[in-house]
Design a protein around this ligand. Structure first.
Ligand SMILES: [Fe+2]
Length: 207
């Protein structure tokens, strides 16, 4: 569980949405990562690029904003891969959460940015402890709002749709998030369980 080496490299970068907008965003993100001395610095540099992507109304096709009744997240939640790096060090995906649905409390095991594209969500961060799950903060989010994930401090959260319409959030993470074995956390006991969400539109392609 959680063994990143279990995921072999892909033969090449994968663009499930292969457009100039996505390619230029990924190229700019990679330039930031190369320049940055730390994950926090990378997130700070990527922030304005991410903000511009969230504000751009035309780049994400309807298919990537559609719920998925049989997904690994449950509740009709769709996780649509947009891009992932061949070495699995970077992924970009949309998370589609129907009204009233929420993800399990989960971790990511990588730094990243999460922002709202459509609808409204609550971000809820937790600190797992012995026998419990301690709420750290909860904040309503509207389109254009985004936040950073910086493990180990800010890695465990839950996404909940609060709008009457489906919410769509964009996630940029420094791993192949849908394919790594990570964890969900029991609401009552804080107990961690192995978890792999998968993607609606891509396989994990293990060895
Ligand atoms: Fe998440």
């Amino acid at each position: 569980m959680c063994d990143l080496s279990a995921l072999p490299p892909l033969s090449e970068d994968q663009y499930l949405l292969n457009t100039p907008r996505v390619r230029s965003f990924v190229a700019e993100v990679r330039a930031c990562v190369k320049r940055a001395a730390s994950p926090a610095e990378a997130c700070a540099q990527i922030g304005p690029l991410f903000e511009a992507l969230l504000a751009d109304p035309g780049w994400l096709p309807t298919a990537f904003q559609t719920d998925a009744p049989d997904s690994g997240m449950g509740g009709g939640i769709g996780q649509w891969l947009i891009f992932r790096a061949a070495d699995r060090s970077l992924s970009l995906f949309s998370l589609v959460v129907p009204p009233g649905a929420m993800t399990p409390v989960h971790d990511h095991l990588a730094w990243g940015l999460v922002g709202i594209y459509r609808g409204n969500q609550d971000e809820e961060f937790y600190r797992p402890g012995a026998g419990r799950l301690e709420p750290v903060r909860r904040r309503p989010l509207a389109p254009g709002d985004f936040y950073t994930l910086l493990p180990p401090r800010d890695d465990v959260h839950r996404v909940r749709t609060t709008s009457p319409e489906t919410s769509v959030s964009i996630h940029l993470l420094a791993n192949d998030t849908g394919c790594v074995w990570r964890h969900t956390y029991d609401d009552a006991t804080g107990e961690a369980r192995p978890f792999r969400s998968g993607y609606v539109n891509a396989e994990c392609l293990e060895a």
